[in-house]
Design a binder for this molecule. Sequence first.
Ligand code: PAF
Length: 295
Amino acid sequence: MKIIRRKADLREVTQTWRDDGASIGVVLTMGALHAGHLSLVQAAKARADRVIVTIFVNPRQFNNPEDLAKYPRTEDSDAAKLAPLAIDVLYVPDPDQIYPEGFATTISVTGVSDGLCGATRPGHFDGVATVVAKLLLQTDADFSFFGEKDYQQLQVVRRLVTDLDLKTRIIPCPTLREPDGLAMSSRNLRLGAEARAAAPVIRDALTAAARRIETGGDVAGALEGARRALIAAGLAEIDYLDLRADPDLAPLASADRPARLFVAAWLDGVRLIDNLPVQPRQAAQPPDPRPVEPA
Ligand code: PAF
Protein backbone atom coordinates (compact mmCIF):
# COMPACT_ATOMS: atom_id res chain seq x y z
CA MET A 1 0.00 0.00 0.00
CA LYS A 2 1.52 3.24 -1.19
CA ILE A 3 0.78 6.44 0.78
CA ILE A 4 0.44 9.44 -1.55
CA ARG A 5 -0.05 13.08 -0.55
CA ARG A 6 0.15 15.02 -3.83
CA LYS A 7 -2.40 14.87 -6.64
CA ALA A 8 0.28 14.86 -9.37
CA ASP A 9 1.87 11.76 -7.79
CA LEU A 10 -1.54 10.11 -7.60
CA ARG A 11 -2.23 10.90 -11.26
CA GLU A 12 1.05 9.24 -12.29
CA VAL A 13 -0.04 6.02 -10.58
CA THR A 14 -3.66 6.03 -11.83
CA GLN A 15 -2.39 6.70 -15.37
CA THR A 16 -0.32 3.51 -15.30
CA TRP A 17 -3.40 1.59 -14.14
CA ARG A 18 -5.42 3.12 -16.96
CA ASP A 19 -2.72 2.09 -19.45
CA ASP A 20 -3.20 -1.49 -18.20
CA GLY A 21 -6.98 -1.22 -18.61
CA ALA A 22 -7.62 -1.54 -14.84
CA SER A 23 -10.76 -0.18 -13.17
CA ILE A 24 -10.46 2.02 -10.07
CA GLY A 25 -12.63 1.76 -6.93
CA VAL A 26 -12.44 4.50 -4.32
CA VAL A 27 -13.56 4.74 -0.69
CA LEU A 28 -13.63 8.31 0.60
CA THR A 29 -13.16 8.76 4.35
CA MET A 30 -12.18 11.28 6.97
CA GLY A 31 -10.14 8.62 8.80
CA ALA A 32 -10.84 7.18 12.26
CA LEU A 33 -11.61 4.00 10.37
CA HIS A 34 -13.91 1.37 11.84
CA ALA A 35 -15.41 -1.88 10.61
CA GLY A 36 -18.04 0.06 8.61
CA HIS A 37 -15.31 1.72 6.52
CA LEU A 38 -13.48 -1.58 6.13
CA SER A 39 -16.67 -3.17 4.75
CA LEU A 40 -16.73 -0.43 2.07
CA VAL A 41 -13.11 -1.24 1.24
CA GLN A 42 -13.99 -4.92 0.92
CA ALA A 43 -16.86 -4.02 -1.43
CA ALA A 44 -14.41 -1.94 -3.48
CA LYS A 45 -11.91 -4.79 -3.65
CA ALA A 46 -14.62 -7.15 -4.86
CA ARG A 47 -15.66 -4.78 -7.65
CA ALA A 48 -12.59 -2.94 -8.93
CA ASP A 49 -9.12 -3.96 -10.11
CA ARG A 50 -7.39 -1.22 -8.13
CA VAL A 51 -8.51 0.35 -4.85
CA ILE A 52 -7.75 3.77 -3.40
CA VAL A 53 -8.81 4.85 0.11
CA THR A 54 -8.69 8.56 0.82
CA ILE A 55 -8.36 10.23 4.22
CA PHE A 56 -9.09 13.94 4.35
CA VAL A 57 -10.72 15.71 7.30
CA ASN A 58 -12.62 18.24 5.25
CA PRO A 59 -12.90 21.53 7.16
CA ARG A 60 -15.61 22.83 4.82
CA GLN A 61 -18.19 20.29 5.93
CA PHE A 62 -17.94 21.15 9.64
CA ASN A 63 -20.30 23.96 10.54
CA ASN A 64 -19.12 23.75 14.14
CA PRO A 65 -15.40 24.55 14.73
CA GLU A 66 -15.41 22.60 18.00
CA ASP A 67 -16.61 19.48 16.16
CA LEU A 68 -13.77 19.89 13.64
CA ALA A 69 -11.19 20.36 16.41
CA LYS A 70 -12.42 17.24 18.20
CA TYR A 71 -12.50 15.06 15.08
CA PRO A 72 -10.06 12.17 15.63
CA ARG A 73 -6.93 12.19 13.44
CA THR A 74 -5.49 8.69 13.48
CA GLU A 75 -3.55 8.18 10.26
CA ASP A 76 -1.09 5.62 11.63
CA SER A 77 -3.72 3.36 13.12
CA ASP A 78 -5.91 3.82 10.02
CA ALA A 79 -3.00 2.68 7.82
CA ALA A 80 -2.48 -0.32 10.11
CA LYS A 81 -6.17 -1.28 9.77
CA LEU A 82 -5.97 -1.05 5.99
CA ALA A 83 -2.72 -3.04 5.66
CA PRO A 84 -4.35 -6.51 5.82
CA LEU A 85 -6.81 -5.51 3.09
CA ALA A 86 -3.95 -4.89 0.65
CA ILE A 87 -5.37 -1.81 -1.03
CA ASP A 88 -3.24 -0.16 -3.70
CA VAL A 89 -3.07 3.45 -2.52
CA LEU A 90 -3.88 5.40 0.62
CA TYR A 91 -4.34 8.99 -0.58
CA VAL A 92 -3.95 11.50 2.26
CA PRO A 93 -3.88 14.80 0.38
CA ASP A 94 -2.11 17.77 1.89
CA PRO A 95 -4.73 20.51 2.45
CA ASP A 96 -3.38 22.61 -0.47
CA GLN A 97 -4.08 19.70 -2.83
CA ILE A 98 -7.79 20.12 -2.13
CA TYR A 99 -8.09 23.81 -1.31
CA PRO A 100 -5.18 25.64 -2.97
CA GLU A 101 -4.59 29.33 -2.40
CA GLY A 102 -7.46 31.27 -3.99
CA PHE A 103 -9.88 28.32 -4.11
CA ALA A 104 -13.29 29.89 -4.74
CA THR A 105 -15.70 27.20 -5.94
CA THR A 106 -18.55 25.67 -3.97
CA ILE A 107 -20.84 22.97 -5.27
CA SER A 108 -24.34 23.19 -3.89
CA VAL A 109 -26.83 20.37 -4.44
CA THR A 110 -30.39 21.53 -3.82
CA GLY A 111 -33.48 19.42 -3.07
CA VAL A 112 -32.11 16.29 -1.42
CA SER A 113 -29.88 18.41 0.80
CA ASP A 114 -32.81 20.44 2.16
CA GLY A 115 -34.00 19.49 5.63
CA LEU A 116 -32.56 16.85 7.99
CA CYS A 117 -28.78 17.41 8.30
CA GLY A 118 -29.02 20.14 5.65
CA ALA A 119 -31.20 22.21 8.00
CA THR A 120 -29.34 21.50 11.23
CA ARG A 121 -25.82 21.76 9.78
CA PRO A 122 -25.89 24.77 7.45
CA GLY A 123 -23.27 24.52 4.70
CA HIS A 124 -22.45 20.89 5.53
CA PHE A 125 -23.59 19.39 2.22
CA ASP A 126 -21.94 22.15 0.18
CA GLY A 127 -18.69 21.15 1.86
CA VAL A 128 -19.37 17.45 1.23
CA ALA A 129 -20.37 17.94 -2.42
CA THR A 130 -17.34 20.11 -3.16
CA VAL A 131 -14.79 17.75 -1.62
CA VAL A 132 -16.42 14.62 -3.05
CA ALA A 133 -16.36 16.07 -6.57
CA LYS A 134 -12.68 16.97 -6.17
CA LEU A 135 -11.69 13.59 -4.74
CA LEU A 136 -13.61 11.59 -7.37
CA LEU A 137 -11.86 13.59 -10.09
CA GLN A 138 -8.41 13.41 -8.49
CA THR A 139 -8.66 9.65 -7.98
CA ASP A 140 -10.19 9.06 -11.45
CA ALA A 141 -12.75 6.80 -9.77
CA ASP A 142 -14.87 4.36 -11.78
CA PHE A 143 -16.71 3.27 -8.63
CA SER A 144 -17.11 4.88 -5.25
CA PHE A 145 -18.66 3.22 -2.20
CA PHE A 146 -20.86 5.04 0.31
CA GLY A 147 -22.49 3.73 3.50
CA GLU A 148 -26.26 4.00 3.90
CA LYS A 149 -25.78 5.28 7.44
CA ASP A 150 -25.19 8.70 5.87
CA TYR A 151 -28.23 8.25 3.67
CA GLN A 152 -28.81 11.91 2.90
CA GLN A 153 -25.13 12.26 1.96
CA LEU A 154 -25.52 9.25 -0.35
CA GLN A 155 -28.45 10.93 -2.15
CA VAL A 156 -26.54 14.24 -2.38
CA VAL A 157 -23.55 12.45 -3.94
CA ARG A 158 -25.75 10.56 -6.40
CA ARG A 159 -27.38 13.81 -7.52
CA LEU A 160 -23.98 15.51 -7.80
CA VAL A 161 -22.54 12.74 -9.96
CA THR A 162 -25.59 12.72 -12.25
CA ASP A 163 -25.79 16.50 -12.58
CA LEU A 164 -22.08 17.03 -13.26
CA ASP A 165 -21.77 14.05 -15.65
CA LEU A 166 -19.06 12.50 -13.50
CA LYS A 167 -18.22 9.02 -14.72
CA THR A 168 -18.07 7.48 -11.24
CA ARG A 169 -20.72 4.90 -10.39
CA ILE A 170 -21.91 5.36 -6.80
CA ILE A 171 -22.36 2.06 -4.97
CA PRO A 172 -24.48 2.16 -1.77
CA CYS A 173 -23.45 -0.23 1.01
CA PRO A 174 -25.56 -1.28 4.05
CA THR A 175 -25.02 0.30 7.47
CA LEU A 176 -22.81 -1.83 9.68
CA ARG A 177 -23.99 -2.14 13.29
CA GLU A 178 -22.48 -3.14 16.60
CA PRO A 179 -23.95 -6.36 18.07
CA ASP A 180 -26.36 -4.24 20.18
CA GLY A 181 -27.66 -2.43 17.08
CA LEU A 182 -25.82 0.91 17.34
CA ALA A 183 -24.78 2.08 13.87
CA MET A 184 -20.98 2.11 13.57
CA SER A 185 -19.52 5.60 13.58
CA SER A 186 -16.20 7.23 14.41
CA ARG A 187 -18.18 9.35 16.86
CA ASN A 188 -19.11 6.32 19.02
CA LEU A 189 -15.56 6.41 20.42
CA ARG A 190 -16.42 9.69 22.13
CA LEU A 191 -19.32 8.25 24.15
CA GLY A 192 -18.75 7.61 27.87
CA ALA A 193 -19.61 4.13 29.19
CA GLU A 194 -23.09 5.07 30.39
CA ALA A 195 -23.97 6.86 27.15
CA ARG A 196 -22.59 4.00 25.08
CA ALA A 197 -24.87 1.61 26.97
CA ALA A 198 -27.89 3.84 26.25
CA ALA A 199 -27.10 4.53 22.57
CA PRO A 200 -28.74 1.40 21.03
CA VAL A 201 -32.10 3.00 21.88
CA ILE A 202 -31.66 4.94 18.63
CA ARG A 203 -31.98 1.87 16.43
CA ASP A 204 -34.63 0.33 18.72
CA ALA A 205 -36.79 3.48 18.65
CA LEU A 206 -36.54 3.71 14.86
CA THR A 207 -37.36 0.03 14.46
CA ALA A 208 -40.45 0.30 16.67
CA ALA A 209 -41.66 3.40 14.79
CA ALA A 210 -41.04 1.78 11.39
CA ARG A 211 -43.01 -1.34 12.38
CA ARG A 212 -45.84 0.81 13.71
CA ILE A 213 -46.08 2.76 10.46
CA GLU A 214 -45.78 -0.38 8.32
CA THR A 215 -48.65 -1.98 10.20
CA GLY A 216 -50.96 0.98 9.67
CA GLY A 217 -50.15 3.22 12.63
CA ASP A 218 -50.25 6.95 12.01
CA VAL A 219 -46.90 8.60 11.32
CA ALA A 220 -47.25 11.35 13.95
CA GLY A 221 -48.04 8.80 16.70
CA ALA A 222 -45.13 6.56 15.67
CA LEU A 223 -42.70 9.49 15.67
CA GLU A 224 -43.99 10.66 19.05
CA GLY A 225 -43.42 7.16 20.51
CA ALA A 226 -39.84 7.17 19.18
CA ARG A 227 -39.24 10.68 20.53
CA ARG A 228 -40.40 9.62 24.01
CA ALA A 229 -38.13 6.54 23.96
CA LEU A 230 -35.12 8.67 22.99
CA ILE A 231 -35.78 11.27 25.66
CA ALA A 232 -36.29 8.61 28.33
CA ALA A 233 -32.86 7.16 27.45
CA GLY A 234 -31.13 10.54 27.79
CA LEU A 235 -31.24 11.80 24.19
CA ALA A 236 -33.20 14.91 25.08
CA GLU A 237 -31.76 17.08 22.32
CA ILE A 238 -33.16 15.78 19.04
CA ASP A 239 -32.10 17.67 15.89
CA TYR A 240 -34.68 15.82 13.81
CA LEU A 241 -36.81 12.70 13.80
CA ASP A 242 -38.61 12.48 10.53
CA LEU A 243 -40.17 10.31 7.83
CA ARG A 244 -38.97 11.10 4.30
CA ALA A 245 -39.66 9.69 0.86
CA ASP A 246 -36.99 7.46 -0.62
CA PRO A 247 -35.00 8.41 -2.67
CA ASP A 248 -35.93 12.10 -3.08
CA LEU A 249 -36.20 12.73 0.70
CA ALA A 250 -39.37 14.81 0.34
CA PRO A 251 -41.31 15.22 3.63
CA LEU A 252 -44.06 12.60 4.04
CA ALA A 253 -47.13 12.60 6.27
CA SER A 254 -47.99 8.97 5.47
CA ALA A 255 -46.00 6.02 4.22
CA ASP A 256 -47.75 5.63 0.88
CA ARG A 257 -44.46 5.14 -1.00
CA PRO A 258 -41.03 3.77 -0.11
CA ALA A 259 -39.75 5.86 2.77
CA ARG A 260 -37.10 6.12 5.45
CA LEU A 261 -37.08 7.22 9.05
CA PHE A 262 -34.24 9.56 9.96
CA VAL A 263 -32.91 10.68 13.31
CA ALA A 264 -30.12 12.93 14.59
CA ALA A 265 -29.85 13.32 18.35
CA TRP A 266 -27.26 14.26 20.94
CA LEU A 267 -25.95 11.97 23.66
CA ASP A 268 -23.11 12.86 26.01
CA GLY A 269 -22.22 15.85 23.80
CA VAL A 270 -21.99 13.62 20.70
CA ARG A 271 -24.30 13.97 17.72
CA LEU A 272 -25.45 10.56 16.47
CA ILE A 273 -27.44 9.83 13.30
CA ASP A 274 -29.23 6.76 11.98
CA ASN A 275 -31.95 5.82 9.51
CA LEU A 276 -34.08 2.81 8.60
CA PRO A 277 -36.23 1.91 5.60
CA VAL A 278 -40.02 1.89 5.93
CA GLN A 279 -41.90 -0.23 3.42
CA PRO A 280 -45.20 1.22 2.25
CA ARG A 281 -48.27 -0.70 3.29
CA GLN A 282 -49.42 -2.98 0.47
CA ALA A 283 -52.50 -1.47 -1.13
CA ALA A 284 -55.30 -4.06 -1.32
CA GLN A 285 -55.17 -5.68 -4.77
CA PRO A 286 -58.19 -4.65 -6.90
CA PRO A 287 -60.25 -7.65 -8.08
CA ASP A 288 -59.19 -9.00 -11.48
CA PRO A 289 -61.81 -7.62 -13.93
CA ARG A 290 -61.20 -10.24 -16.62
CA PRO A 291 -63.97 -12.81 -16.99
CA VAL A 292 -62.98 -16.34 -16.05
CA GLU A 293 -62.56 -18.42 -19.22
CA PRO A 294 -64.55 -21.70 -19.17
CA ALA A 295 -62.17 -24.67 -18.99
O1 PAF B 1 -18.70 10.43 4.96
C1 PAF B 1 -17.59 10.99 5.13
O2 PAF B 1 -16.71 10.49 5.81
C2 PAF B 1 -17.35 12.33 4.46
O3 PAF B 1 -18.49 13.10 4.43
C3 PAF B 1 -16.73 12.21 3.05
C4 PAF B 1 -17.67 11.50 2.09
C5 PAF B 1 -15.41 11.45 3.13
C6 PAF B 1 -16.45 13.60 2.48
O4 PAF B 1 -15.56 14.30 3.29
